[in-house]
Structures are given as structure tokens and as C-alpha cells.
Design a protein around this ligand. Structure first.
Ligand code: ASP
Ligand code: MG
Length: 468
């Protein structure tokens, strides 16, 4: 029998009714496949846990008590709606109560020492998935299927101790997942594994970074060499453009891993780029599917040779809330290390650079950063660079956006860039900055934000993406 991993995000398991629906999807798939389930925390619970950890650090006892009651109620309500069988429900609810008591103790501990470390924060954040997984497991058992619940640690996912964004140690993880999870599949037991959380070699709880449940799913998929990893979410799949901007945007039936990574970076509802790593290596395909529309087959993400190479541009994205910085000065021309200095200043200030462009004249470098970081970026650059003979001017524009045209077919296809830019110029819209990496997977450029939507629509039309 074929094997699959089914991962359900927070919005898919937001309520007891939704969890029942998820269980029915699992039961359905279990007729044809050996299934491993990965679940996120109930919608927004991870955010609330983060907030509670902050409040605990400020020794807000009332907050902890109220929070405890609310978290308990949310999960008890969800479980009573999700599970009908009295015995199963009782077991699950007892497990929930026990975990919420433990959570209260952890928060109280933080409030006494008034110290919140990355380590203790991860521990608090882990409760979201530790509470959701037993409910999903119970709902599956309620449908008369055998199911067993695991934390990431119990399943065997081992990471380094980079709390908040831990990296899995692949060899030991693969070995343990095979040892612990594979035998269940042979016995037709459905393992339900908490997404997002794992543990160090010493057993200390870690998290894989926000949105990390996808990563858990692909880790399991790669370790168990499954046939596909299904990422269930609340959209039909990846689209040629944001349907709010382009009403006739179409779903993309197939994408390569590289294209999916580009889309993720540009904020499409794809997987986190890191989550793609394990499955790229093992060539396991992933499929983005809609829980509310399971008839739809979603977007298949697979290796380039498998994903059909259609037209040059496959999708066009708009990235808002960005700002462009221009650093210029004759002193930069022919001076080794001048770009490095600019980037180093930003790096040391913790500012991520999204896009860079520098002309061969070397007299200026343009950068795009998140708009909310613009002030910090400018002051850091000014303090470090102005008046030292290198940089003479630093300017910025905060009313811009980035447009990205994405598609592996662009590689080596002549005239794609010229078609993109001709389309923009026909609209009489000025392009402020351009970047194309030599991977040729995307062309990114900056226009005024007021023109952004018109540009996306025009490119969508020019490349006939509605006929995808
Ligand atoms: N619950 C975690 C988060 O909200 C992980 C996930 O949902 O993938 O980030
Ligand atoms: Mg989530």
C-alpha cells in the first residue's frame, strides 16, 4: 500500500467540528493509503501561548489564571464536539486537563523567576500542538480506526539547541522515525504526530520556527520515504496571482520545488522554504490541498523533471509594505568591500535585505527592506557610513512595492524580461529598480505601490496566466 503524510494547519483544526471533518478526511484516505497525520495547534493558540509567556515574565498572576481557564475551555469544547465515544472523550479530556495543569506550572515558574529564555519560551509554545494532537487522535479513534498520538520528541525528531528555530539532526531523526513510526503503519495504526515541536538530544523541548508543522510533515515524509506529503490548508493550492488582485487567477496544478520555494519567499501560501529541504533530497512530492474542497487535487510540488515546464512565467506576486534604500557615492567605485560594508551595517542591526541591485558603474546600491524597518535601517546606515569618504548620499522611498514574476521556464528562454518590462512600460509605469538572480527563476522589480496592482494584472494578462 502507498504511504502518505497528511498535515493539517491551525485553521483546519480550529474547532471541534473542523477536527471531525479532518478525521473523516483521514479515514477516507486510510482506505487507500497508510497514513501518518501531522497537526498544528488550534488556530491562534501558538500566538496566545507566546503572549502568555510574556505576561508570565511580568508576573501577571491573574493573567495566568484567566489564560489557563481559557485554554482549558477551548480544548475541552473542541474535544467534546470532535469526539462522540464517551470513553475516548474521557481519556482525551483527562489528558488535556493534565497538560493544562503542567502549562500553568510552567507559567507560574516563569513568573517567579521573572525570566523568559528562548528555552522556556519553546516549552510554553509546545503546548499548542501537545493539546491539539490528542483531540485529533481521539476523533480518528471515534471513527473506529486505530490511532496513536506522539509528540515530536516521542516520534524521534531530534534537533540542535537553537531554540525558536531549531534544525533537525537528520540522521538520528530518520533512524528513530523509521524505528518508531514505520511499524505502526504495517499494523494499520494511524500515528498522529505533533507538528512544530521536537527535542534536543538531551530531551529538552525545541520548536522548528513558526509555521514549522510543514517541516515536521516533510521530515516524516522523507524519513519514511512516503509517496506524497499532503499539506492541507484553506486554499485550493498555489495560484497564478493573488485572486484579490486578479479575479481570474488560476490554480497552478504543478510546480517544481524551486518554484515553490520562490513563491514561499514571496509570501504565497506555500510551504516554508526550509520545509522543502528534506523532500527535495529524497524527491518526495508534496501536494497543497484545501480541507474545505477535498475534491480538488491541489498543487503538486515535485522535482523539476516531473513538474511540467509550461510557459515562461507561471505566477506573479506583489509584495507590499516594503521600502527601497539607495546608497550612493563616488567613493564606492572600484573600492573593494564597499558593498560588503553597506550590507554588514544592516546585518549587524538585524535588518533583513529582501532584494539588492547594483549597477556596473558601482556608484550606487539599491536595497529593499521591510517598510517597518526603514527607520532603523536609515539611521544605522547614516551613522556608520556618511561622511567617511565612501558614501555621500542615502535616500529612500517608502511608497513602493516589489513585483516578482516567477517560473522555472524563464531559464534560458529569450525575451521574457523584455516582455515583462514592455508590459509595464505600455502602462506608462516607471520601474524604479530591477533584480534577476542568475538562477533565472524570478525577475523582481520595484514600482510605486499605487501602480502595483495594475502591473500584476497586466503581466498576468500578457502571459495569459488565466489559461493555465
Ligand atoms: N503552531 C505553530 C505556529 O503557529 C506551527 C504551525 O502552525 O505550523 O507557528
Ligand atoms: Mg499555526
Amino acid at each position: 500500500m502507498k504511504k502518505i503524510v497528511m498535515k493539517f494547519g491551525g485553521s483546519s483544526v480550529a474547532t471541534g467540528e473542523k477536527i471531525r471533518h479532518v478525521a473523516s478526511l483521514v479515514a477516507n484516505a486510510a482506505k487507500d493509503y497508510c497514513v501518518v497525520v501531522v497537526v498544528s495547534a488550534l488556530d491562534e493558540v501558538t500566538d496566545e501561548l507566546g503572549e502568555a509567556a510574556e505576561q508570565a515574565q511580568k508576573a501577571k498572576q491573574d493573567y495566568i489564571q484567566n489564560f489557563k481557564q481559557r485554554i482549558l475551555e477551548i480544548h475541552l469544547t473542541a474535544s467534546s464536539k470532535a469526539i462522540k465515544d464517551k470513553q475516548v472523550k474521557k481519556e482525551v479530556q483527562q489528558a488535556i486537563e493534565k497538560k493544562v495543569d503542567e502549562l500553568e506550572k510552567v507559567l507560574t515558574g516563569i513568573s517567579y523567576v521573572r525570566e523568559l529564555t528562548p528555552k522556556s519560551r519553546d516549552y510554553v509554545l509546545s503546548f499548542g500542538e501537545r493539546l491539539s494532537a490528542p483531540i485529533v487522535c481521539g476523533a480518528i479513534r471515534d471513527l473506529k480506526l486505530e490511532s496513536q498520538c506522539f509528540t515530536g520528541k516521542e516520534a524521534g525528531i531530534v534537533t540542535d539547541s537553537n531554540f525558536g528555530e531549531a534544525t533537525p539532526l537528520m540522521n538520528v531523526t530518520t533512524h528513530q522515525l523509521k524505528e518508531r513510526i514505520e511499524p505502526l503503519l504495517e499494523k494499520k495504526v494511524i500515528p498522529v504526530v505533533t507538528g512544530y515541536i521536537a527535542a534536543t538530544q538531551d530531551g529538552v523541548v525545541t520548536t522548528l520556527g513558526r509555521g514549522g508543522s510543514d517541516y515536521t510533515a516533510t521530515l516524516l515524509g522523507a524519513a519514511l520515504a512516503v509517496d506524497e506529503v499532503w499539506i492541507w490548508t484553506d486554499v485550493d493550492g498555489l495560484m497564478t496571482a493573488d485572486p484579490k488582485i486578479v479575479p481570474n487567477a488560476k490554480m497552478l496544478p504543478e510546480l517544481s520545488y524551486q518554484e515553490a520555494a520562490e513563491m514561499a519567499i514571496f509570501g504565497a501560501k506555500a510551504m516554508h522554504p526550509r520545509a522543502l529541504e528534506p523532500i527535495i533530497k529524497e524527491k518526495v512530492p508534496a501536494r497543497i490541498r484545501n480541507v474545505f474542497n477535498p475534491e480538488n487535487h491541489g498543487t503538486l510540488i515535485s522535482s523539476e523533471t516531473m513538474a511540467k515546464r509550461t510557459d515562461a512565467v507561471k505566477a506573479v506576486a506583489l509584495i507590499k509594505d516594503v521600502a527601497m534604500i539607495n546608497v550612493s557615492g563616488a567613493g564606492m567605485v572600484g573600492a573593494p568591500g564597499s558593498y560588503a560594508k553597506v550590507l554588514d551595517v544592516l546585518g549587524r542591526s538585524g535588518i533583513n535585505v529582501m532584494m539588492i541591485s547594483a549597477a556596473a558603474s558601482e556608484g550606487n546600491i539599491s536595497l529593499v527592506v521591510r517598510r517597518n524597518l526603514l527607520g532603523r535601517a536609515l539611521s544605522a546606515l547614516e551613522i556608520a557610513l556618511l561622511g567617511r569618504g565612501l558614501v555621500s548620499d542615502i535616500t529612500s522611498e517608502d511608497d513602493v512595492c516589489v513585483i516578482a514574476a516567477i517560473g522555472a521556464g524563464m531559464k534560458g528562454t529569450l525575451g521574457v524580461a523584455s516582455r515583462v518590462f514592455t508590459t509595464v512600460s505600455k502602462k506608462r509605469i516607471n520601474i524604479r529598480m530591477i533584480a534577476q538572480g542568475s538562477s533565472e527563476l524570478n525577475i523582481s522589480f520595484v514600482v510605486k505601490e499605487a501602480d502595483g496592482m495594475a502591473v500584476v494584472r497586466a503581466i498576468h494578462e500578457e502571459f495569459k496566466l488565466d489559461k493555465t
